[in-house]
Design a protein around this ligand. Sequence first.
Ligand code: UDP
Length: 406
Amino acid sequence: MLINKYLGIAPKADIVLIKRLCERLKGGRFLHVNSTRAGGGVAEILHRMIPLLQDLGIDARWEVIEGDKRFFDITKKIHNALQGFDIHLTEQMWNYYLEVNRQNASRLDLDAEVIFIHDPQPAPLIEFRKNTEDFWVWRCHIDLSNPKKEVCDYLMKFYKKYDAAVFSVSNFTRGEKSLEFIIPPSIDPLSDKNIELSEEEIEKLLNPFDLPLDRPIILQVSRFDRFKDPTGVIKAYRMVKRYNDCVLVLAGSPATDDPESEEVLKEVQEQAADDPDIYILMLPPYSDRVINALQRVATVVLQKSIKEGFGLTVSEAMWKGKPVIGGAVGGIPLQIIHRVTGFLVHTIEGAAFRIRQLLNNPELIERMGEAGREHVRENFLITRQIRDYLCIWYYRREGMKSLIEV
Ligand code: UDP
């Protein structure tokens, strides 16, 4: 059984509960729908979770909606507005958004007992639901703490039709439903992204990039997206550089559902142009082992987001024993316990100050790294997330009393 490989790594109680729940849910149909197979946290988790569930006897499937550039331009606008940007969508845009979802609904097999629809792109699929016995859950990964009202109100008409919703952080909930669950995402300690690597393998993986591995490395791994603040990272690095030797590595790759990334990448390249110590690595999709190696050679890891759903990269780095400096937004404060597993920051200056504090104090780097790994083990491994999803399902089927008895 695949799940047994997690014994000795993940908390045992989670594994036991997963097995018990799967015995009872065996053969049940569990469908996930999102908008990309590569790039970003949602795809990252589904790639790992679906085979594990299948191996546990669950009939788990993953479908991806299709759309053209116009559709993804619109959904990126929706995404940006939900994360607080002042953006207006025209009636035609909304209609096209709905129409593409209608086409996907007729193309996709949406028949299952439990259906998780991830994020806003496929949210209107609920309009084309055929069977009211199914359990439709909107799984929101984005930062809904301060959305643009007009766009949020429009999406509410879809939201209200779902049977339940799952958010990563409590202050993203809408208070509009009786069933709103808080389930933070997770990382897989056995995936290529997080598995232990030997020194030789790390060297081999990073060889093509010619990084100066004998100098302190500040790393941020993120899609080139304004909410990840890559230009803020460069500014913070420049402040540090006046006093401390270090290099900056910004690693990213394009997500097929993000039309803005090229523009942001260009801005970043322009800003970094004259500095040979800034490495901008444009990685192809599925560069998981390279990212793993980068996180392992980093001295300090940044996730200086200004909006963030959860920020898987934070847990990924903490699992590798790295202190993480992160923007105090979205799911990052769940992961970074300030001054214990890393530092939460609100400004570029704050980030620079904390980078210097760490670079000047190797003992602190070590201590925070160890605390971070333990925090991830307890809270942010994939076994915990599978456990939580199965609990929702079992609760829906059998009620709370039965769930407690499992
Ligand atoms: N990632 C990747 N390649 C990249 C950039 C990011 O594989 O070039 C991965 C990263 O390691 C993490 C996920 O994509 O697993 C990003 O998830 P996160 O929650 O940090 O941000 P999102 O992109 O979902 O906003």
